[in-house]
Design a protein around this ligand. Structure first.
Ligand code: GLU
Length: 463
């Protein structure tokens, strides 16, 4: 059975790149009817925080990336790493190295001066020396001195590295915590991971990991290294390019399905499909269709997708999502209480929930029209028609059709064109010139509030 995993280090929030890796691993497992595991790689004690763990869990939950097992924590598996290191030591496949940091610094410096690649020289590999007192050793793997490591990367194709290029990597640090490579290998092995899907910043680690697996006599999983994500300037995506945290997008009012759709297209494609659901992604997902070259992050495209998903989103859901944004702006309940109606009316004019909150401002408070608008629309000539309309609306049943009818009647009886009346009307109640159909706005604003605003504004008219 296919089993994949996402193995973030909790040293920050869940960022765009991590989320995309998680998505690919998740989609592959779902497509194959397999399992998806979440594992927290928290052995870097200095940089790991509980807060980051939470941020990762929150990000996964928000994106709907559900896992079948985990979260596992490496720090809860220390005994296991130590046990396997002992086993490798006993078998002569690993050894204790007592070289001090200073000694290794000197070695590295000598190599650099000789124009060589810095690498550990194996000085304790077959050493019969008595270990120096008081030095806590590390455990190193006896990397084969000859031969090559070859693997077929499911994205990059065949990759081979000569063993003499690799040095004897550390498995256990002197404080008995595993190094990244050792921890990952044992976790992937113990958890039965069949496909390791991860960022290609780890591709150089893979031959080392394969050597550890071989020493353990274990079978080798399949690897798929996903090219990185670049900013518009061609540099690796980072904070400099703006928001890279997944939760930042939630906080700006993006919908998770928009981000999922966007991330899926970031380095993967299915024909020309741009807009597709999570279910379609699972149905289509294929590692072979992952691009070999890096993907470029394009915030405009994400916004475009978000716009689409807002348009098709359920009004009641949008009402719920926009509520915290409204609260932030100090808005209470809309006058007529129909928040889903307001969301539904405005949703195809905005590209984020945040914009939806801003666009709905006039439903919560009166907006003073700009001086130029007053001058243009609040004229003595149109005043009688607006007074007439106010009177008519007073008696009407508060339904969009009825409101529309009264506006048309007023237009006709004053020999106007529709916009002659609708524009000042719009500015009077919303303070703006660009709103959805004015009858729909008035219906949602409610009768009482509409009449209040109209009567109030009529006082601002000359003549
Ligand atoms: N913890 C590693 C990282 O966050 C992931 C390692 C892996 O997927 O093998 O980069």
């Amino acid at each position: 059975m296919v089993k994949t995993r996402f193995a973030p280090s909790p040293t920050g929030y869940l960022h765009i790149g991590g989320a995309r890796t998680a998505l690919f691993s998740w989609a592959f497992a779902r497509k194959q009817g397999g399992k998806f595991v979440l594992r927290i790689e928290d052995t870097d004690l200095e940089r790991s925080t509980q807060q980051s763990v939470q941020a990762i869990l929150d990000g996964m939950a928000w994106l709907g990336l559900d896992y079948d097992e985990g979260p596992y924590y490496q720090m809860q598996r220390l005994n296991r790493y130590q046990e396997v290191a002992e086993h490798l030591l006993a078998q002569g496949l690993a050894y204790r190295c007592y070289a001090s940091k200073e000694e290794l610094d000197v070695l590295r410096e000598q190599q650099r001066q000789a124009g060589l690649k810095p690498r550990y020289d194996g000085r304790w590999r077959d050493s019969k020396q008595t270990p120096p007192a008081g030095v806590q050793p590390v455990v190193r793997l006896k990397t084969p001195l000859e031969g090559i490591v070859v693997f077929d990367d499911l994205v990059k194709g065949k990759i081979s590295v000569a063993n003499h290029e690799l040095d004897d990597l550390v498995l256990l640090r002197s404080d008995d915590t595993p190094t990244y490579n050792f921890g990952v290998v044992l976790d992937d092995l113990d958890m039965g991971i069949t496909h390791v899907i991860r960022g290609d910043d780890h591709v150089n680690n893979t031959p080392r990991q394969i050597n550890i697996l071989k020493a353990l006599g274990a079978s080798i999983p399949q690897y798929a290294h996903v090219p990185m994500i670049l900013g518009a300037d061609g540099e690796r995506l980072s904070k400099r390019h703006g928001a890279v945290s997944v939760m930042h997008y939630r906080d700006q009012g993006y919908l998770p399905e928009a981000l999922i759709n966007y991330l899926a297209r970031l380095g993967w494609s299915h024909g020309d499909e741009e807009i597709f659901s999570r279910e379609q992604l699972v149905e289509w997902f294929d590692l072979a269709a992952i691009n070999r070259s890096p993907a470029k992050f394009n915030p405009e495209k994400l916004t475009w997708l978000n716009q689409h998903y807002l348009k098709v989103a359920d009004d009641a859901r949008l009402a719920e999502l926009v509520t915290p944004f409204l609260q932030e702006r100090g808005y209470g309940q809309p006058a007529a209480g129909n928040l889903p109606g307001i969301a539904g009316l405005l949703k195809d004019r905005v590209s984020t929930i945040e914009e939806l909150a801003d666009a709905s401002a006039y439903f919560f408070k009166t907006i003073e029209p700009a001086a130029a608008l007053r001058e243009q629309y609040f004229t003595a000539g149109i005043r009688p028609a607006l007074e007439d309309l106010t009177g008519r609306l007073t008696g009407v049943e508060w339904k969009r059709e009825a409101i529309h009818h009264e506006i048309k009647q007023t237009v006709a009886s004053h020999s106007l064109k529709f916009p002659n009346l609708a524009m000042p009307l719009r500015v009077m109640v919303t303070g703006e010139v660009q709103t959805p159909a004015i009858d729909a706005v008035l219906e949602l604003l409610g009768k009482e509030e509409t009449l209040l605003r109209l009567r109030d504004r009529l006082n601002d008219f000359p003549g």
